[in-house]
Write a protein that binds this ligand. Structure first.
Ligand SMILES: NC(=O)c1ccc[n+]([C@@H]2O[C@H](COP(=O)([O-])OP(=O)(O)OC[C@H]3O[C@@H](n4cnc5c(N)ncnc54)[C@H](O)[C@@H]3O)[C@@H](O)[C@H]2O)c1
Ligand SMILES: [Zn+2]
Ligand SMILES: [Zn+2]
Length: 361
């Protein structure tokens, strides 16, 4: 099958022929139907985050089950599924207390063990599986605890977005920050993740929803998806947020880019007792600084991993919200591309001008 391989980083993706093993007892073979390009893949391509290479990238996808291992009962061939990198073991303390996205055993219990054949190979040589999924490929071989069933009427391109960006943005609002109705919210960065956080804030009943980006067309899209105010981040966004909130700041801010400067802005936009949630992946080695005196005002700074999801519960809800018109996903697909166009797709992401490019197979 064809797959996009990262052979060295920093580097581009090479479209190559790779092979998948047959499903182990709890594994599922999926025909990939759609895969979104998320900025996290780009961080790995730019070597801002390390990963053992070569690897088939991609982690935001939907497809159809084609084969299941002998112990799999959750799905059968023909079922439509969304994948999620938040693989859960189901028996560690995090999983048992409802925090499956923080599973402490996923890289031990849900991967192939030493001595077992690799899930992915290229001419007999082992290739690394990426974040339990490796979605930039015509097929995926995954553990059954990385998939959730969805109804067949859900279009696959929109479903794929729920696999990372939508769940991360909505989950950061609903589960990590637990935004209360009537709160004032800022979202910095209006890509696939930030636009999802804006929609989450709208659905949660936030009062002011202030979108910050440096690309004007993104601010227009943010308004269409629920932002009540927009700010161009090039012009002192902290001061502008204070001006929009009678000098007080917001109850909740979300950083959806992955920069030191904007993470610090998110904290400085808070009112007393507020919480800044950094969703963006801050490059390894970078420290975030806050003014110590702000802590006496009970301001909080936290991260969010994949929207603190319980994805087998959350994703079907998001599918329903789309099918009933409350979650807008058609607007978030900027372009459908082929696997061969993947590097151009990531080049476009770097301009900041697109919401999501989605590969359809
Ligand atoms: N925490 C998680 O679990 C998780 C999950 C998925 C993605 N992420 C991360 O979230 C971040 C966003 O991902 P994405 O796919 O939406 O990215 P994206 O590239 O599609 O969007 C980023 C947006 O930020 C804007 N931007 C850039 N610099 C800015 C600035 N200084 N001020 C204001 N806006 C600015 C861009 O114009 C663009 O609209 C990435 O760091 C990604 O790795 C985290
Ligand atoms: Zn992602
Ligand atoms: Zn676990």
């Amino acid at each position: 099958m064809k797959a996009a391989v990262l052979n060295s980083a920093p580097g581009k993706l090479d479209i190559e022929d790779v092979d998948l093993d047959s499903p182990g007892p709890r594994e599922v073979l999926i025909e990939t139907k759609a895969a979104g390009l998320c900025h996290s893949d780009l961080h790995f391509m730019e070597a801002l985050y390390p990963y053992p290479l070569p690897a088939v990238l991609g982690h935001e996808s939907a497809g159809i089950v084609r084969e299941v291992g002998r112990d799999v009962t959750y799905v059968k061939p023909g079922d439509h599924v969304i994948t999620c990198l938040s693989a859960f073991c189901g028996h560690c303390e995090q999983c048992l207390s409802g925090h499956m996205s923080r599973c402490e055993r996923k890289n031990k219990d849900l991967v192939r063990q030493a001595g077992e054949p690799s899930r992915l190979t290229r001419g007999g040589e082992a290739i690394n599986h990426f974040l339990h999924l490796s979605s930039f490929a015509e097929q995926m071989l995954v553990h059954e605890h990385t998939i959730v069933k969805i109804p067949e009427e859900m279009p696959m391109d929109k479903a794929s977005l729920i696999g990372c960006g939508v769940t991360t943005g909505l989950g950061a609002v609903f589960r990590t920050a637990k935004v209360e109705p009537g709160s004032d919210v800022v979202v910095i960065g209006c890509g696939g993740i930030g636009l999802s956080a804006i929609q989450g804030a709208r659905i949660a009943g936030a009062n002011k929803i202030i979108a910050v980006d440096v690309v004007d067309s993104k601010l227009e899209l943010a308004t269409a998806l629920g932002a009540t105010h927009t700010i161009n981040g090039k012009e002192d966004p902290v001061a502008q947020v204070r001006e929009l909130t009678q000098g007080l700041g917001v109850h909740n801010s979300f950083e959806a880019i992955g920069l030191k400067a904007t993470a610090e802005q998110a904290f400085r936009m808070l009112r007393s007792g507020g919480q800044a949630t950094v969703i963006g992946l801050i490059p390894i080695g970078i420290n975030i600084e806050v003014h110590g005196v702000d802590l006496i005002d009970e301001k909080k700074l936290t991260g969010s991993n994949m929207g603190s999801n319980q994805f087998r519960t959350d994703m079907p809800r998001f599918v329903d919200m789309y099918l009933t018109g409350r979650l807008k996903l058609d607007e978030m697909v900027s372009k459908h591309i082929s696997l061969d166009e993947i590097n151009e797709g990531f080049d476009e992401m770097k301009t900041g001008a697109i919401a999501r490019n989605v590969i359809t197979f």
